[in-house]
Write a protein that binds this ligand. Structure first.
Ligand code: ZN
Ligand code: ZN
Length: 331
């Protein structure tokens, strides 16, 4: 159970937001909210997970070549940067700037991990940060682990999510031609990058069967990647310490950081969302930071933003629930 002080403060904070946006709330006042399931999405998820389970069965039969596993592993990490470094730290939070070449590369990675178009992802994530754990949060963790993990993708959005999403300034993202083109041709691009290329490369270069190539670097890699990314919205909002702000739910979660490129340092991230490192722990379990540093070294990334150590220290002393590092950070 969460400490009652945090619940109280959250309630107080939620009220504050509601007061500040009362005129907006008037205009988009939600009628009686009723959860409405999206049956097409539910059937889609069942089909995807059934193919995923069949893919695991095929892996257990031992018929998949080692090169295919290696390729799936590389694809997992690099395409993940399309979500973590691209949609998240670059396009949503503007934590660094990127040249056209890097934005193109990140867009390719983003299509390969198929988490929704950059435009939609940025809008939802900006709403998530602005209205965390209120009705306007698309994956409000107060509605439980399942809802914040994947359930929110199986039902219609709460009217507040739609209303607040329309108020988000997206002009910077709309100005990027790469984002506009990706949005326009999203599904053909996803078909090509997430499924066709991962199937063709193993088949053409080391004669893997088409079905094994489709199942392992295609479906199995993609589904594991999705759940890893979903853990940021579920586990990293429910389990872990709060060294930077004990009054919010986002937490420092080592496991989530380990599987999703350093995105589990979520208490830090909600306090300093514009810091390109999304953590103060350097490279530790943060391959996304290492990737951005490598891109900066060749001049493709620049204007990297970081929080000053004195500001972080002051924040911890004032608001944190723990002040000493453990072996992997605050655990
Ligand atoms: Zn969050
Ligand atoms: Zn964020």
């Amino acid at each position: 159970m969460r400490p009652s002080t945090r619940s109280f403060n959250r309630h107080h904070w939620t009220e504050k937001i509601n007061e500040e946006t009362s005129s907006e709330a008037e205009e988009c006042k939600a009628k009686e909210y009723k959860l409405q399931l999206k049956y097409a999405n539910i059937i889609g998820w069942i089909i995807v997970h059934s193919i995923f389970l069949y893919g695991l069965y095929v892996i257990l039969t031992g018929s998949v070549k080692w090169q295919t596993f290696l390729f799936a592993w590389i694809l997992y990490w690099f395409s993940g940067f399309g979500g973590t470094a691209g949609a998240h730290r670059l396009w949503t939070h503007r934590a660094f700037k990127a040249t056209f070449k890097l934005r193109l590369l990140l867009c390719y990675f983003n299509c390969t991990c198929y988490i929704g178009s950059i435009y939609d992802w940025v809008r939802d994530h900006r709403v998530h940060h602005k209205y965390t754990e209120t009705d306007a949060d698309p994956h409000n963790a107060l509605r439980g682990f399942f809802f914040s993990h994947i359930g929110w993708l199986m039902c219609k959005k709460h009217p507040e999510v739609i209303a607040k999403g329309k108020l988000i300034d997206m002009s910077d993202v709309e100005a990027d031609p790469i984002v506009r083109i990706q949005r326009k041709y999203y599904y053909p691009l996803v078909f090509l990058c997430c499924f066709a290329i991962p199937t063709l490369v193993p088949h053409l270069f080391w004669s893997e069967t088409v079905s094994n190539a489709f199942l392992v670097p295609g479906i199995v890699r993609w589904v594991i990647q999705l759940h890893a990314i979903f853990l940021v919205n579920s586990a990293a909002h429910l389990y872990g310490r709060h060294p930077y702000d004990k009054n919010i739910n986002p937490a420092e979660n080592f496991f989530v950081s380990a599987v999703v490129g350093g995105e589990g340092f979520h208490n830090y991230h909600h306090v300093f969302p514009w810091d390109y490192r999304a953590s103060e722990l350097g490279w530790l379990f943060n391959p996304t930071k290492t990737f951005i540093d490598a891109m900066a070294a060749i001049g493709w990334a620049y204007d990297l933003k970081t929080a000053k150590p004195s500001v972080i220290r002051h924040r911890k002393e004032k608001c944190g629930d723990i002040h000493e590092f453990g072996p992997y950070g605050y655990y």
